[in-house]
Design a protein around this ligand. Structure first.
Ligand code: C5P
Length: 399
């Protein structure tokens, strides 16, 4: 499945906040993803950046003024509004948010926002006190009630030096928001998909854990792919270095037992469970309360007990279950027996010794085995695309 942004027409409104430097990267990433990007800058944004900055990145004209004879808007003032698949205002200042809430159309951006029927995403960026102000809060909720997506702001250090809510979301989050918005009516719309990710950590004492090499990337990519097809996604994840994907409900756990109880809870009303987590098969029988000292002994025996098989133990009447078999030998035979013993609909078998498909890679090469006896060998692809290939099957079972 292609990137939801590919070939889409994205209008990017840039307003006068210092955070507009991030909009340059956003325009670049959108262009790299294959989107046609129309940047509309307000007069104040032009104080921070020049139109040339965006034109160099998007290779398209940048609009700053409806009456500029060079601009297509001077001939057809709603041209961008009509071709846009989405309009994202990033950064959106308090002033522009107020104008949008009022329905003013006094510049190219607000005119486009008023005229477009495409989804409108507003990513606020301002000082925390301006965001907290009742006027801004009310304007944002007015826009929300009209169906606009208010993306952020995040908390953190602001340009004023204040620490609070007002930071523009980071570019990956903004891209995630766009992909989710574009995918709203996808084939998983209205479906609840639960994904597990990461390697569980089993405590030995307050300092040490038994862990594994799982990076969590496969599960996170599946969660994003499901979000981009319209699903309501819950990601139950063991500790990873990855940022939470935009628009996904993230439940953070550490141990296999914690993962089991979170999944049991989340799967009660779910349509599908995709188990990408690397669950520890064993855990220490008892974690020590205090850090175990080195002492004089050269060895240390730790008694391990078996963890429950989570995916095998979860079954509601119509839950579609997908598992992974990460193997270093006898790939297909092992995957086949897991498919049966765990009661799965589908299993993605991957040879962890193969090039570019081991732990931590951004790509994966899997063979899909289904309970009807089908076998499909997929080429090496991004983990996001592997996610879509799995979700094609899930969508098929659900329909
Ligand atoms: O048995 P194995 O660990 O190889 O099985 C892999 C599949 O089973 C994965 O989908 C994994 O998330 C799931 N699993 C589980 N509970 C366990 C161990 C693995 O759900 N205790």
């Amino acid at each position: 499945m292609p990137d939801p942004l590919a070939q889409r027409s994205i209008a990017l409104g840039v307003t006068g906040s210092i955070a507009c430097y991030k909009a340059v990267d956003l325009a670049s990433k959108l262009t790299q993803a294959g989107a046609l990007v129309d940047v509309i800058m307000t007069r104040e944004a032009c104080q921070f950046l020049t139109p040339l900055t965006f034109r160099s990145i998007t290779h398209r004209p940048v609009v700053t003024d409806v009456f500029d004879p060079q601009s297509e808007l001077s001939i057809d003032h709603v041209a961008i509004a009509e071709r846009a698949d989405a309009l994202i205002v990033a950064p959106a200042t308090a002033h522009t948010i107020a104008k949008l809430a009022l329905g003013l159309a006094d510049d190219a951006l607000t005119t486009t926002a008023l005229a477009t029927q495409a989804p409108l995403i507003i990513a606020p960026a301002m000082d925390a006190h301006m965001f907290d102000n009742a006027a801004t809060q009310q304007n944002a909720s007015t826009l929300k009630s009209r169906g606009c997506v208010i993306a952020g702001p995040a908390e953190g250090r602001l340009a004023s030096g204040l620490v609070g809510k007002g930071r523009l979301l980071e570019v990956p989050q903004l891209l995630g928001c766009l992909r989710q918005t574009l995918g709203r009516g996808g084939d998983l719309a209205g479906r609840k998909v639960v994904v597990s990710a990461g390697g569980t950590q089993e405590p030995i004492d307050p300092v040490r854990v038994i862990a594994n090499h799982s990076s969590g990337k496969m599960g996170f990519a599946i969660a994003e792919a499901a979000r981009d097809r319209g699903a309501d996604v819950t990601l139950v994840t063991a500790p990873t270095a990855l940022d939470s994907p935009f628009g996904v409900n993230v439940v953070k756990i550490a141990t296999a037992l914690e993962m089991r109880s979170a999944l049991q809870n989340k799967c009660a009303h779910a349509d599908a469970l995709i188990m990408a987590a690397a669950v520890a098969d064993w855990r220490p029988a008892a974690a020590a309360d205090q850090k175990v000292k080195k002492g004089s002994s050269d060895t240390w025996d730790i008694e391990l007990v078996k963890n429950p098989d989570i995916v095998a133990g979860i079954s509601t009447e119509c839950l579609i279950k997908v598992g992974f078999a990460a193997e270093s030998e006898d790939l297909l035979a092992n995957a086949q027996s897991k498919l049966l013993s765990k009661g799965l609909h589908l299993i993605a078998a991957n040879d962890i010794t193969a090039e570019h498909s081991g732990f931590g890679a951004d790509t994966n090469k899997v063979i899909l085995l289904d309970r009807e006896g089908g076998e499909e060998s997929l080429p090496l692809m991004s983990k996001y695309d592997v996610g879509h290939a799995i979700l094609d099957r899930v969508a098929g079972y659900l329909s």
